[in-house]
Write a protein that binds this ligand. Structure first.
Ligand SMILES: NC(=O)c1ccc[n+]([C@@H]2O[C@H](COP(=O)([O-])OP(=O)(O)OC[C@H]3O[C@@H](n4cnc5c(N)ncnc54)[C@H](O)[C@@H]3O)[C@@H](O)[C@H]2O)c1
Length: 312
């Protein structure tokens, strides 16, 4: 396992699910962990300090060092306090795992403004705000002449990169996070910071509604175990991963697929401006069966999520 001894990590939304697994895995690899979680419902209602405190206790019981934090990641000033909490209580900041999230699924035609705003806010601003303050911390250290090995791991989703029905708010935020990753990677490289993102798939309270109850097998490997996501985080946080940045990793069970996002596709080129009629005719010729997204399940299966076929 990569040795993260001496490093300090913040994991947002680490009181439950995938974030809890990331926090425990980083601690097992030797990192000190600030366990952030607002502790609300799946829809983002309410607050409760218990989940963050419990995971910090679990890390201490393993012999690691941890502190609990209950800031709302989508609060710009709260995110600044979150970063300061890590530097003050744990002595620095090397790793930021942006993982906190909520869900308010609804078909687009019925989605109300609050459902849109809350989901965009927690995911997209909840990635921007902690990353912004962590980046300022790393820039300061880099400008002071220190060799920084900063790490940001963002959390996108198959819903964002492949597109899932009923999740216009969530999928748009998650696609935005994949785009944010690309830009942050290019901007922060100069300070020694890598920025990557995960498109995870695991059994948590968040996926119960999407994939039904896929129970853990009685014995053997459980591909839906949320702990399957965390080795990717630990690997990317190693000093040896200093030149891997701006990538989006689909993860399901033992499948880790380094996705290719928007990349050049079918080129329709001419030396002058297209006439709309001619362009339409060319599109009909190039795409005789039309062109439409395959959807999330098909995308996940082509990326290596084989056993999801059972849920179709
Ligand atoms: N489970 C999956 O298969 C899956 C698939 C794709 C993406 N994701 C993403 O993975 C991440 C973790 O999801 P999960 O499945 O573990 O769900 P989860 O609900 O178990 O965990 C999310 C945690 O984030 C916390 N949180 C929510 N809003 C917060 C805020 N404003 N500030 C701080 N904490 C907040 C919640 O309290 C919760 O503990 C999310 O970003 C989710 O969108 C999960």
């Amino acid at each position: 396992m990569p040795n993260l001894e001496g490093k300090v990590a913040i994991v947002t939304g680490a009181g439950r699910g995938i974030g809890r697994e990331h926090a425990l895995a980083l601690a097992r690899a030797g990192a000190k962990v600030l366990v952030n979680d607002l502790g609300g419902s799946l829809a983002g209602e309410g607050e409760d300090a218990t989940p963050a405190e419990q995971v910090a206790d679990e890390i201490r019981a393993l012999g690691g060092e941890a502190a609990a934090d209950c800031e709302n990641v989508a609060d710009f000033a709260g995110a600044e306090r979150l970063v300061r909490h890590a530097t003050d209580a744990l002595g620095g900041l090397d790793i930021l795992v942006n993982n906190a999230g909520i869900l308010r699924d609804r078909m687009l035609v019925n989605m109300d403004e609050a459902e849109w705003d809350s989901v965009i806010n927690v995911h997209l601003k909840g990635h921007f705000a902690p990353t912004r303050h962590a980046a300022a911390h790393w820039r300061e250290r880099s400008k002071a002449g220190e060799t920084v090995r900063g790490r940001v791991i963002c959390t996108s989703s198959p819903s964002g990169v492949f597109g899932n029905v009923g999740q216009a708010n969530y999928g748009a935020a998650k696609a935005g996070i994949a785009g944010f990753t690309l830009i942050a990677a290019q901007e922060l490289g100069r300070y020694g910071v890598t920025v990557n993102c995960l498109a995870p798939n695991a059994r948590t309270r968040m996926t119960e509604g999407t994939f039904g109850s896929i129970d853990a097998p009685e014995e053997g490997f459980d591909p839906m175990d949320p702990g399957n996501m965390s080795p990717v985080v630990v690997a990317l946080c190693a000093d040896e991963a200093q030149d891997i940045t701006g990538q989006c990793f689909f993860v399901y069970g033992g499948a880790v697929n380094v996705l290719q996002g928007w990349s050049p596709g079918e080129l329709l080129a001419r030396d002058t401006r297209w006439d709309a009629d001619e362009l339409l005719a060319e599109l009909r010729e190039r795409f005789p069966s039309g062109a439409a997204p395959a959807g999330m399940i098909a995308g996940m299966m082509s990326a290596g999520g084989q056993s999801l076929s059972a849920t179709q």
